[in-house]
Ligand binder design. Sequence first.
Ligand code: 5GP
Ligand code: ZN
Length: 114
Amino acid sequence: MSDCLFCKIIAGEIQSKKIYEDNEMLAFYDINPMAPVHFLVIPKKHINNLLELKEEDASLIGRLFHKAQELAKKEGCEEKGGRFVINAKKDGGQTVDHLHIHFLGGRTLGWPPG
Ligand code: 5GP
Ligand code: ZN
């Protein structure tokens, strides 16, 4: 989508600190980290949010999570863990309407969310 921030990052029109890229996904550090380790994993295919996920893209989400856990380990979070989050729409606090997995680690996170 031409007016989507994350599509622009995928296209290289907006710079990001990339961690991983292949033909179907991109991982990069969050510009406003909420934890010592905070990166995003996004599909290159524009999907608005998890509530609009089609069955045909279900396995893609699995691969995104698998890559997220691989990168979380590389970032040193295997022992203590962290949080894999997908915010969806207004009540979920989604601010960028392009599906993304957050990984947050490197500190103990509170629960429940505020
Ligand atoms: P959401 O609130 O939609 O779940 O998460 C969107 C995330 O994207 C936020 O954590 C925000 O800091 C991050 N973000 C917004 N704009 C940019 C950007 O231009 N570059 C990067 N790397 N992250 C961004
Ligand atoms: Zn997009």
